[in-house]
Unconditional design. Structure first.
Length: 483
């Protein structure tokens, strides 16, 4: 079973250690699974999500208080099934070993061979986040299963209904030695990160990622960290402001900005500021004529997060920013059933404001201006490397300057977030926004050990490499040293 009934923390820790031992022994005794079993596990995961999609949508809605079932169907249900199906479809190709060049070439001529085989790492630990609690868990599991691993999943305690349901339905489709769900709060999460997994992937905040990495270091467990940061939007002078505003605000208001790839702040040409703000207001009104009771507009996940985002707005206002709250229906948000914050622009933002010092993770967007495009490159490079960067415009020189002279996990040009939706592109951060990558083939590689294999030639020419060394040995080595 994946759960005790109301287990204590110590019982949960004991359960985790037991399940990890069971999974490691199963992987050792049964050996790496073949393609048929891997596809079967992926298929069972797909069936699990599709069979229980209505329950999962209801649980996620319950956890958020207010979130569109349509958004959950798109971002969580479809977002979970897509990577599983893609992995199943490509698995045979991914699993094939690769022949490699033999050096020096003479060994190859004499029959030596070199190859790489992809071997499962063993047991993969997955710590998944709360913002898309289903899809971001299953995306990691898709890569781990495709690579032939067994998985232990620790979902977020901030989505308790969803996490509990996932534990229940996983029990219906998988044995504990294949996939197990561990429930619990921060103390359980810390103990989970300290288990001697063969690989650990964490998706969440940068400050928590540091703790996860420290815990994993005790076991020298390799980690994949999918974090976040302040992903900038750079608007070129050639950009269509109406299209740009609509696409930026679609990404910014998705899940009320609670997306690791959400556009965090905007750099716009100074002379285009007023036009951009006007188009942002128009685009937002078209999407959300009302907000307070509009089910398409998501609430903050909890009161603590609501207060944090409100605090960023208050701090910016107190430090001289112009705050524009986009509230088309003039609704009163001081009294509301849910924790909703309307889309909010912060103009005249400065680096002294908290909103420019941390990832926002909410529907608040600072807009800064520039006069020279070089200023945008300098701004991006002056900050910690972000998870994503977005450029709008038709100027290839500007686009290339950002691509080649800045660092970010990924880039979408003339839209936001879409690079994540590409099954054949890796998804990962760089520096403080993360390390390692997964998604599609890259996920298969991330959770595989690339085993180097060399098959020696039967020729006794290799005896030249043994002492006592002679003239033929020296001739061979000197031949390799020619420029």
């Amino acid at each position: 079973m994946n759960m005790f009934v109301n287990p204590s923390i110590e019982e949960t820790k004991a359960q985790m250690r037991l399940i990890l031992d069971v999974q490691k022994r199963a992987q050792t005794h049964k050996g790496p699974p073949g393609a048929a079993l891997r596809k079967d596990r992926l298929t069972r995961a797909i069936d699990m999500v599709l069979t229980h999609k209505d329950e999962l949508i209801a649980a996620i809605t319950q956890d958020f208080g207010s979130r569109s079932p349509d958004l959950t169907l798109f971002a969580d249900v479809s977002g979970a099934v897509g990577p599983l199906k893609a992995a199943r479809a490509e698995l045979d190709r991914w699993m094939k070993g690769q022949k490699r060049k033999v050096t020096p070439a003479v060994l190859g001529l004499l029959g030596a061979k070199a190859e790489v085989r992809y071997q499962p790492k063993g047991v993969v630990g997955v710590i998944s986040p709360w913002n898309f609690p289903l899809s971001l868990a299953m995306d990691a599991i898709a890569g781990a299963f495709a690579a032939g691993n067994r998985v232990m999943l620790k979902p977020s305690e901030f989505t308790p209904a969803t996490s509990a349901l996932m534990a229940q339905i996983v029990d219906l489709y998988f044995d504990d030695d294949e996939l197990a769900v561990i429930l619990g709060g921060p103390e359980v999460g810390a103990a989970f990160a300290g288990l001697p997994f063969d690989h650990l992937i964490f998706t969440g905040a940068t400050n928590v990622g540091r703790h996860v990495m420290r815990a994993a270091a005790d076991n020298l467990t390799p980690v994949t960290l999918e974090l976040g940061g302040k992903s900038p939007v750079v608007i070129g002078r050639s950009a269509d402001l109406a299209k740009t505003a609509a696409r930026v605000m679609n990404g910014k208001t998705m899940n009320a900005g609670q997306v690791c790839l959400a556009p965090d702040y905007v750099l716009a040409p100074k002379e285009h500021l007023d036009g951009f703000v006007k188009e942002v207001q128009s685009a937002t009104k078209r999407m959300f004529p009302t907000i307070k009771d509009n089910r398409d507009y998501t609430a903050m996940i909890n009161q603590r997060h609501y207060d944090r985002v409100r605090g960023l707005i208050d701090d910016a206002r107190a430090k001289g920013a112009q705050v524009i709250e986009i509230n088309p229906a003039g609704e009163d948000f001081s009294q509301q059933e849910h924790r909703k914050i309307p889309p909010t622009l912060i103009l005249n933002a400065t680096n002294e404001m908290s909103v420019m010092q941390e990832e926002i993770f909410g529907p608040v967007m600072p807009v800064m201006t520039y006069t020279s495009f070089e200023d945008t490159v300098a701004d991006v490079n002056s900050r910690p490397r972000p998870l994503a960067l977005y450029y709008f415009g038709d100027d290839e020189h500007e686009a290339e300057a950002l691509l080649s002279r800045t660092h970010s996990g990924g880039v979408t040009i003339n839209d936001v977030i879409f690079h994540f939706a590409m099954d054949d592109l890796p998804f990962g951060g760089v520096g403080p926004s993360g390390m390692g990558a997964y998604h599609g083939h890259r996920g298969f590689l991330e959770f595989s050990h690339e085993k180097a294999i060399y098959r020696q030639t039967a020729s006794e020419m290799i005896s030249l490499m043994r002492p006592p060394y002679g003239d033929r040995f020296r001739k061979q080595i000197n031949g390799q040293l020619k420029p």
